[in-house]
Design a binder for this molecule. Structure first.
Ligand SMILES: Cc1cc2nc3c(=O)[nH]c(=O)nc-3n(C[C@H](O)[C@H](O)[C@H](O)COP(=O)(O)OP(=O)(O)OC[C@H]3O[C@@H](n4cnc5c(N)ncnc54)[C@H](O)[C@@H]3O)c2cc1C
Length: 394
């Protein structure tokens, strides 16, 4: 009988496996793929705070970034730039491998090619059925961590409700000779309701992708064609990957003997779809709660509810404001967006925001509020008669 079984050897599952095993707990990780990082779809952009938490060596950093060009639908851009590195682009499959091997060195056991097919929770333990054919296993554990990304069917079967809003992320790695800084694109043609990106990495390669609510393949192909026509990328030897990203957290992320963490819990920034940092912060709260509950031998829902209170205390307000901003942005048409860009550029809104101590790569709510409250922008928003839109967004 393991103390904790973790479903999913992604960044969150393996981070947590390492932290729990370090506390001398018997931990196992069940992963459906044959190795960590296999089929991962992620650009791997994280802040320096997140990089410090992950505590990984420099060899998995593919690029450092301190500036970005943000393009309006009409093709104008504003450049945001800081003196020091703002974000790191990580080799995401390598990150998963590093975290898994660290967890193994702390004592965690991994079962690869072992998809979990059934979970039964009773008063004394959790029974897990996983794997196929020769790899078929039955595992008992005192507690279970669901860290398998957003799998709506599993979450529903466990009685944890549903994701009320989500998006697709689609990405390709391409050749890119001329672009040296991150570019972000907006507009209904390219990424309706969301945005697209081009992130240069080493060896004249780049990761380009977008978020959208449907048809990810279609929009990604359109993006690739557009960037190729502009001479920014070449598609030679490119690989495409997709993933579903929840934009709102589950209303319940625990029950008796169980916690849900990372994308599975919807702990993702709704503005960008980035989930690594918030997933790791939540994994820290989950680790602490589980360690205490195992020591007390009290894995009741009541005791584990401290996990939800803990992560919500850190993230709830941030996620609510970010989600509001995402909804607001998604309702703007291209003309409105162009106009807002114009005002931002003309009045140097981005420059004054950039010097604000509130600006950080991970925490967007304060910046969102600063932007909305900016005098010149408020006037522009009034003129655009967005009242109706704001009410709808609420
Ligand atoms: C195109 C794209 C780009 C992104 N870019 C960024 C970015 O730049 N920065 C950022 O912070 N975030 C980014 N994200 C989001 C980020 O990838 C996720 O937030 C992050 O991977 C969540 O980690 P996780 O461990 O919770 O889940 P995952 O990384 O999804 O890991 C889940 C693991 O569970 C396994 N699994 C699933 N089902 C089962 C099962 N039944 N049994 C056993 N194992 C199972 C999977 O194989 C996988 O290994 C991006 C997402 C996409 C789609």
């Amino acid at each position: 009988m393991y103390d904790v079984a973790i479903i999913g050897a992604g960044v969150v599952g393996s981070y947590m496996a390492g932290e729990l095993a370090r506390q001398n707990l018997d931990v196992c990780v069940l992963e459906k793929h044959a190795e960590p990082g296999y089929k991962t779809s992620c650009t791997g952009i994280v802040s320096s705070e997140c990089l410090a938490l992950l505590n990984v060596t420099e060899d998995i950093i593919q690029q450092e970034s301190r500036s970005a060009k943000i393009f309006s639908p009409s093709g104008n851009y504003i450049k945001v730039e800081k003196d020091i590195t703002q974000a790191y682009v990580l080799d995401r499959p390598a990150l998963d491998r590093v975290l898994a091997s660290r967890a193994v060195s702390c004592g965690a056991e991994y079962y690869f090619s072992t998809p979990v097919t059934n979970i039964i929770i009773n008063k004394r333990k959790v029974q897990i059925e996983a794997g196929k054919n020769a790899n078929h296993v039955y595992i008992d554990a005192r507690a279970i961590v669901i860290a398998c990304g957003s799998i709506p069917a599993l979450i529903k079967r466990l009685g944890l409700g549903s994701y009320t809003d989500s998006a697709y992320g689609a990405q390709a790695e391409v050749s890119c000779d001329s672009i040296t800084e991150v570019e972000i694109y907006s507009g209904k043609q390219l990424a309706p309701g969301f945005f697209a990106w081009l992130v240069p990495i080493k060896h004249k390669r780049a990761k380009t992708g977008l978020l959208c609510s449907n048809n990810p393949k279609l929009y990604l192909n359109n993006l690739l064609e557009t960037l190729e026509k502009q001479g920014k990328i070449r598609r030679a030897g490119y690989k495409i990957s997709f993933g579903k990203i929840p934009l709102k957290p589950l209303s319940r992320t625990y029950k008796e003997r169980l916690v849900v963490v990372g994308d599975a819990a919807g702990q993702v920034k709704p503005t960008t779809g980035g989930g690594i940092y918030f997933g790791i912060l939540s994994a820290q709260v989950a680790t602490k709660t589980l360690c205490e509950a195992l020591q007390q031998d009290d894995l009741s829902a009541r005791n584990l509810s401290r996990y939800q209170k803990g992560w919500q205390k850190i993230l709830r307000q941030e996620l609510d404001i970010d989600y509001w901003a995402h909804r607001f942005y998604s309702k703007l048409n291209d003309a409105q967006m162009n106009h807002i860009f114009d005002i931002i550029e003309r009045h140097g809104v981005h420059e004054s925001i950039l010097t604000s101590p509130d600006i950080t790569f991970d925490w967007h709510s304060k910046v969102i509020l600063d932007v909305i409250r900016h005098r010149s922008l408020q006037k522009a928003l009034e003129k655009l008669n967005l009242d109706n839109l704001v009410t709808k967004t609420h």
